[in-house]
Ligand binder design. Structure first.
Ligand SMILES: *Cc1c(COP(=O)(O)O)cnc(C)c1O
Length: 488
């Protein structure tokens, strides 16, 4: 069994084993003609159930054969041009190379004595990102597992900063006084974070959006005013730079002004829109982000990195101390004076992947412009898709894209019952998924069911979009035809 340990004597075994796996995946990727096979849970579950984990196959090739049946064959393939559903990107090869290296070396980024070199690489990427944002000389941050964790950490810092000496905050005041302001289409991790941070039920104040799904700053000003009048404490405003559904970007400069006026932490959730930091053409769309106190970026969304790769960045490095604990066995306090860089001092995690390496290899091979161009391409594609939808009487499209999502629904000429239109759209999405021809997402707008394309694949063409729209219309029409039959 020792032959399975990766070490000096098994280098050859490692090479053979990993190459075998890579060969299979490469063949699979090359042969994928649909994003999905359409397999159902009921069809797949028995095969996985039947596997006895206490009876190993003891042979890599046999395990890979088995994996073909229980995973590779039916996986959802994000690299396929007709995968248009969620915020999943096709990944760039340099990042996958980074992934292979980081898991084999297996550095853990908590302390310098577990990640010499890696720590400095991560720090340099954090500095690179804060410079791109424009957070200033005192900025810092840390890689995280994803936007959810980044938002949680940012709001933890905001909570701690909101307490001392704040107007409306006296000793013994409870967290129930704290308020977070976020638009009605902000990410649900804001609410989840509030709960984890022990804030009250009503902690997150939902701010309405305008026609373009951007936070209404007049309403925000009004709510901030009211918060203060009620003797409550405005803890943070979460501006979303790229909402998950619409890609809309809240008016960052106006929000920054209000945060300053009300002495409130400004967090920018740029989990999706962060790709614009590398954009050649559209960087201006997130102007104002440089005024944030903290920023969430998900490289695994718009930097074409494999999951997971994300970071939280802060304007004032000292605020990261709110996540600092010292343990004798890991990062004793004296190491701070010895200037030993222990990233765990800044992180909610302890043992932590060297995800930064993927971004490092990507930037060294492709450069930031290379990534930015890919993101620009999908933003341009979204405009083409919008034009198709806007000109097509079969569909209603919600907003002109700022990034790369399109929210729309099929509207049959002959049907006026909105509930029936809802059912037709839900049916079309399900039928499309079951066919495996394409994968699209869904959401609700104004209480009605809509469909969504998230375009993150530069290989997707306007023809793909047109073809998928025809498929959707076909499924919806079939449903309506059948339901008409049922009614008569
Ligand atoms: C995806 C997303 C998140 C959550 O990020 P994860 O990496 O999925 O945890 C947060 N905010 C926005 C706006 C997002 O789109």
């Amino acid at each position: 069994m020792r032959s399975h340990l990766l070490n000096d004597t098994t280098a050859e075994q490692y090479r053979r084993s990993v190459t075998e796996g890579i060969e299979r995946v490469a063949a699979k990727l090359a042969a994928t003609d649909r994003p999905f096979t359409g397999v159902t849970v009921d069809a797949l579950a028995p095969a996985i159930d039947a596997i006895d984990l206490d009876k190993p196959l003891l042979d890599t090739a046999a395990v890979l054969d088995e994996l073909e049946d229980v995973y590779l064959r039916d996986a959802i393939y994000f690299h396929h041009p007709r995968y248009l559903a969620h915020l999943n990107c096709p990944v760039v090869i340099p990042a996958v190379l980074g992934e292979a290296i980081l898991s084999a070396v297996n550095s853990s980024l908590d302390t310098w004595d577990q990640s010499a070199g890696g720590t400095l690489i991560e720090r340099k990427l954090i500095d690179w990102t804060t410079a791109r944002i424009g957070l200033g000389e005192n900025a810092d941050g840390v890689f995280t597992s994803g936007g959810t964790q980044s938002n949680l950490q940012a709001l933890l810092l905001a909570r701690e900063e909101a307490k001392p000496g704040r107007e409306g905050w006296e000793e013994g005041a409870s967290f129930a006084k704290l308020r977070i302001f976020a638009s009605e289409v902000s990410h649900f991790s804001v609410k989840k974070s509030a709960k984890l941070l022990g804030l009250g039920q009503d902690a997150v104040v939902s701010i309405p959006v305008d026609h373009d799904k951007r936070m209404q700053t007049v309403a925000l000003a009004h709510e901030l005013e009211r918060c203060r009048k009620d003797g409550l404490v405005p803890m943070a405003v979460v501006a979303t730079a790229g909402t998950t559904d619409f890609g809309s970007i809240d008016p960052l400069p106006e929000i920054a002004e209000l945060c300053e006026q009300f002495d409130t932490w400004m967090h920018v959730d740029a989990a999706y829109g962060c790709g614009l930091l590398a954009s050649v053409k559209y960087r201006g769309r997130i102007d104002g982000i440089e005024r944030a106190d903290s920023v969430t970026v998900d490289y695994h969304k718009s930097f074409f990195q494999p999951v997971s790769s994300s970071a939280v960045l802060v304007r004032d490095a000292s605020t990261l101390r709110h996540a600092t604990y010292h343990a004798e066995y890991l990062n004793p306090k004296r190491m701070v004076t010895e200037r030993i860089p222990n990233q765990v001092d800044k992180s909610l995690q302890t043992t932590r992947r060297f995800d930064a390496l993927k971004l490092w290899v990507t930037l060294r091979v492709m450069g930031a412009d290379g990534i930015g161009q890919l993101f620009d391409e999908v933003c341009d594609l979204a405009v083409e898709g919008w034009q198709l939808l806007a000109a097509d009487p079969r569909f209603d499209v919600v907003v002109e894209p700022t990034l790369s999502t399109l929210v729309f629904r099929y509207i049959p000429a002959a049907v006026t019952d909105p509930a029936e239109i809802d059912r037709a759209n839900l049916y079309a999405r399900k039928a499309l998924f079951a066919s495996g021809d394409a994968v699209v997402a869904g959401t609700k707008v104004g209480g009605r069911h809509y469909l969504k394309f998230t375009l993150l694949n530069p290989e997707t063409t306007a023809e793909d979009i047109a073809a998928v729209l025809d498929l959707i219309a076909g499924h919806a029409e079939q449903y309506l035809g059948e339901s008409l039959d049922r009614a008569s």
